[in-house]
Unconditional design. Structure first.
Length: 97
């Protein structure tokens, strides 16, 4: 799956038009939400918590056009809670945003 670093900004621009300040604010809110969801996954001790956090992350990524993160979050929802390999992949994907 290809990574498109401009996908999030393009999605935001399509939603709000040529408003750089608003795009920056929404992008920051997106990244904050992603970080919170990822932190919840890091701490999830049971399958229910893990799947809920992965689903939230998937929905958030989908809303902002972060296709790779959305796919990984979908995979995470099916992975065992605390899957270290999956967490590593998710952290790398978030670093690339």
């Amino acid at each position: 799956m290809a990574y498109d670093p401009g996908a999030i900004d393009a999605t935001l621009a399509a939603a709000v038009g040529d408003e750089p300040a608003l795009i920056a604010e929404l992008r920051e809110a997106f990244l904050d939400g992603v970080q919170r969801s990822l932190a919840t996954l890091d701490l999830a001790g049971e399958t229910t918590q893990w799947r809920a956090a992965a689903s939230r992350l998937k929905g958030l990524a989908a809303s902002f056009g972060a296709v790779r993160l959305m796919a990984l979050a979908g995979e995470a929802a099916d992975a065992p809670a605390g899957d270290v390999t999956m967490l590593r992949k998710l952290h790398r994907a978030v670093e690339r945003l």
